[in-house]
Design a protein around this ligand. Sequence first.
Ligand SMILES: NC(=O)C1=CN([C@@H]2O[C@H](COP(=O)(O)OP(=O)(O)OC[C@H]3O[C@@H](n4cnc5c(N)ncnc54)[C@H](OP(=O)(O)O)[C@@H]3O)[C@@H](O)[C@H]2O)C=CC1
Length: 432
Amino acid sequence: MASLRALSSTRVATFFYRKAPSSTQVLASCSIWCRRNLYGSLRRHNSMSAWVIDQYGTNEVLRVSDEIMMPTINLASEVLIKVEAASLNPLDIAMRGGYGATLLKLRRDPMSVMQNDTEFPLILGRDVSGVVVECGSQVTHFAPGDEVWAAVPPWKQGSLAQYLTLTEYEVSHKPKSLSHTEAASVPYVATTALSALVNAAGLCSDNCSDKRVLITGGSGGVGTFSIQLLKAWGAHVTVTCAGNAEGLVRGLGADKVVDYTAGDVAAQLEATEKYDVVLDNVGGVDTERWALGLLRPWSGAKYVTLVSPLLHSTDAAGLAEGLARAGCSLHSKALQNLLSRGVFYRWGFYAPDGPALDEVSALVDAGKLLPVVQACFPFSQVPQAFQRVEQGHARGKTVISVGGQRDPLSEQEEGCPAEDGDRHARAQTAHS
Ligand SMILES: NC(=O)C1=CN([C@@H]2O[C@H](COP(=O)(O)OP(=O)(O)OC[C@H]3O[C@@H](n4cnc5c(N)ncnc54)[C@H](OP(=O)(O)O)[C@@H]3O)[C@@H](O)[C@H]2O)C=CC1
């Protein structure tokens, strides 16, 4: 009864926002009513399918279950999303092994952690493309039936499940031109790239036309997105990647490509003009050293690395000491680089940002950004998808079709889209 009451109050709220309905809206309302009522019957069962882990470890800890508690809307600003597709990031592999557990525990929903005194069963998966099925009373931008995409914060239950809840701020309307499986390849890398390029490096669509940007590790998820975004903003983009990824990154718009497997990458880059921004997706002491040396000195140039020691540090040394160590390391490097050559040293992090995804959505629908899907797995093969990502050598993203499984709400099965060859071909054609 409690859940039916919750459904009714949301339905009333949604109804009063509507004006005189058109025939399309009437049809949409019918569809929403069906979803709601079918959803109500599902909620009575109170459980859903999800891939979970009950302890940290290797791929063996992944387990699929039909008995995972359905998420519910606990805040007025939350939306409940039916997941159609998810994707994997290197972070999922790391989190499966316990990476970040110390710091992430702090930000997890205190209610759910207190109930079990543990983060388990933990659902991984940081990207979602799906359909809104229920909205909290203060949600204004979304309604049941809306197709949405989002990057799921690592401190929340993930998208390798039939349903999840997010706040309205974290969610955005999915680009109309993409299927769910294509859309699921974008949000986490997009919000990470935007956070790094905009917040840490100070770039935006209005100030890039005279900027030279170097992207290390340009063939992966963040790299393939960043190349396209920076080209859409008018920057000159140089990319480091393996020789066999050159066609891909050039197809996405890279102006210059350096093959790091063909000799000393720093020596190859030293012959080029200096850079205003380096986005480092590779990390490591060596890369950091030569990349900083390629920045235009005394010009406010910025080095932003996505590979920071913060979470490793708190995992290894505990919260207080780990944060202190990481903070000291960041401040000493930042100071040293500022004083010795006038360049800024920064760490970039993913940040939840639905409004930023709205802008990405517009660029996608304008044909300026393409999803780069390397492989697509059905929901039943999540462990194989983890293996695929764990092997490395990503060329874009590995996606999981969640809606393709049998679901009480839908008899439809969505197939996986084209595999790497086709997707790369599409990316290259569109940008050539
Ligand atoms: N701080 C944060 O909040 C976030 C951090 N990250 C981190 O950023 C990094 C990039 O993420 P993502 O793009 O998703 O990772 P991917 O695994 O998708 O891509 C990494 C790419 O780098 C290439 N690569 C590996 N070594 C080198 C090298 N020495 N020089 C040039 N290219 C290389 C790989 O291909 P190949 O090996 O074939 O060359 C692969 O294409 C990861 O370390 C990730 O953990 C990502 C998101 C958020």
